[in-house]
Structure formats: C-alpha cells, structure tokens
Design a binder for this molecule. Structure first.
Ligand code: NAD
Length: 301
C-alpha cells in the first residue's frame, strides 16, 4: 500500500480563503480583527515564527501588532505589555512567542493573558476547558492536526490513537482532543518502554517528539493514518519530521509530509482562533454583554 498524502498546504490555503471572507464580514460591521504578538529577545527561530504569523495575518486581513522586547526585559515589562493588550478593544488575540528567556516565569506570563484573548490556548483556564470538553481556544497545532484528520474522512471514535510526545503544547492537548472525540488514546513519551509495542497498535499514529527517524515502517500498522508533527533540521540543512517518510509511506493509508503537512496548519489555526475571538467580542458587544467579554484573567500568584 502506498499512502495518500494529507496536504496541509492545500487545506491551509482553502481555510485562509474562507478567513478572508469572514474578515470581510467583520469589517463590514466595523470590526478589524487584531492579533498582538509579544517577543522577548532575539532568538532567530522565534523571529521566523513571528514573521510567519504576521505574514498570515496580512494574507487574511487581520491587523497585527508586534511588541519586541530586549532579551534582558524584565517579567514586569512583559506583564505590562500583556495588560495593555488585555484591555485594548482593537486586540482580539494575544500571544507570547515561546521560549522566553530563563529569568521570566513562563506560567506567570501565560496566566496573565486574558482568557478571552488566549488564542494559543495555553492559559490554565483554556487547558481546563480542554480537559472537560468545553474548549474556547483549542491549541493551534493539535487543532490543525484534527482538521487534517477530518480530510481523510475517518471517524476517530473507537479508533486506537497513539500520540508519541507528551508536551503541553502538542502531545497532551492532542490526546485530550481525540479522547473527547471518543478515540482510545495512548500517550507515549521519552520514558516509554518498547515504543514499537504501542505504535504498532495505532489506527492513527501522531508523532510529536522532535526526533528525526524515530518512527520506522516496522513500528506502523498496515493501513494506519500517520501524522508527523516533528520539525527537525538535519546537519545538511534539510527539514524532516520524526517519521521515516519514504518507508512508512509504503505501509500507511494516509500520511502527512514534512514540510507541507502540519506546519502550515499551525499558523492557520492561530488566525482561526483570532477570528473566532473577534466574532465573539462583536457578538457580545452587540448584545451589550461586554462585561462578560472583559472578564479579567485568573490572578497569577
Ligand atoms: P517537546 O520537546 O516539548 O516534547 C517532546 C516530547 O516527545 C516529550 O514528551 C518527550 O518525552 C517525547 N519524546 C522525546 N523523545 C522521545 C522518544 N525517543 N520516544 C518517545 N517520545 C519521545 O517538543 P514539542 O514542542 O512537543 O515539539 C515536538 C516536535 O514537534 C518538534 O520537532 C517541534 O519542532 C515540532 N512542532 C511542530 C509544530 C508544527 O507546527 N508542525 C508545532 C509545535 C512543535
């Protein structure tokens, strides 16, 4: 069997075309959706990621606001920026580009973002929402994977899903989202013994470990759907995922390429969350329910 390709670039382009129409409808009602991005320091990868997000905003008609702070900016500086964006009605989404320099407490920063503008979905309130199946802003990468899975026409209910990687931004939320869809979910991580024993049972295998070549054909069930979240730069400059694409493609029924699979979807889902937030704010304003919209975030300790 040679797997069919799940084309994240094409799906992303289709979604962005829809977003432009949604933005048009908002603009007609006097609302320009706005995303604020806070970056601390000069990490080259972060600069590229932020650049991609700003470009996607431009492509879809979303206004972007960047706050670039020096690497030695204090936690108080970052929190002040967040507070300003929290109360600015032109801003519907706030994201702080991670990683932050070591002297800044990441949790304190994420918890300062208004839960109503937490378009990355990393605030504890949104994480809790995910746990109980009442999500406001689903984290972008797993959200993108969920839509990619939908394009295969597969109902995940009752399927064996194995997620390799248990990070807070990919593996754990991914597992929770698919559990909510009634899949039987196994989460594997660096301490998992005999990884292949788990992966071989997967009808749907999602890999987000950041280890090139981790998943080889012998670890994959015939006909499985394989989603490769990994992004790794090899010494020769090539970008590859965590899955031996050429080998596994001969066993799987569907597979995502790297690049061109999950990658483009992550930024696209950030725009989706920002639009959802702008639509929600507008709806609440129209119903004079703005109070609710401005509910302050949980106080960070
Ligand atoms: P992370 O380093 O925070 O977490 C990696 C996880 O993989 C951990 O739970 C770890 O225990 C597990 N792991 C590591 N080695 C393993 C092994 N040998 N066997 C089983 N599990 C193992 O990484 P992350 O932020 O979750 O990102 C994971 C990968 O996904 C990276 O390559 C990252 O670049 C990529 N990523 C891609 C996107 C995208 O848009 N496509 C978004 C976020 C992350």
């Amino acid at each position: 069997m040679t797997a069919r390709i799940i084309d994240g670039k094409a799906l992303s382009a289709r979604l962005r075309a829809e977003f432009r129409q949604r933005v048009g409808r908002l603009v007609d009602q006097g609302v320009i959706p706005g995303l604020a991005v806070i970056r601390v320091g000069d990490d080259p990868a972060s600069r590229i990621y932020v650049g991609n997000k700003v470009k996607a905003c431009e492509e879809c008609g979303v206004a972007s606001f960047q706050q670039a702070l020096a690497a030695d900016a204090s936690e108080a500086d970052v929190l002040a920026g967040i507070r300003q964006f929290n109360t600015d009605p032109a801003i519907h989404g706030i994201l702080v580009q991670l990683p932050l320099p070591g002297h800044i407490d990441v949790r304190r920063v994420l918890e300062a973002i208004s839960v109503n503008k937490d378009v990355d979905g990393f605030h504890l309130y949104n994480v809790g929402g995910l746990v109980v199946g009442n999500t406001i802003f689903p984290p972008c990468t797993p959200y993108g994977v969920q839509l990619l899975l939908e394009t295969t026409g597969t109902d995940v209910a009752g399927k064996n899903v194995v997620v390799v990687g248990a990070s807070n931004i990919v593996g754990k939320p991914m597992a929770l989202m698919l559990l909510q869809k009634e899949a039987t979910v196994t989460i594997c991580h660096a301490k998992t013994q005999n990884l292949a024993q788990h992966t071989i049972l997967a009808d749907i295998l999602i890999v987000a470990a950041g280890k090139p070549g981790l998943i080889v054909p012998q670890m994959v069930k015939e006909g499985a759907i394989v989603i490769d979240v990994g992004i790794n730069r090899l010494p020769d400059g090539r970008i590859v995922g965590d899955v031996d694409f050429a080998g596994v493609r001969e066993k799987a029924s569907w597979i995502t390429p790297v690049p061109g699979g999950v990658g483009p979807m992550t930024v696209t889902m950030l725009i989706e969350n920002t639009l959802r937030s702008a639509e929600r704010a507008h709806h609440l304003r129209k119903n004079n329910d703005y109070q609710d919209w401005e509910t302050p975030s949980i106080k960070a300790g």
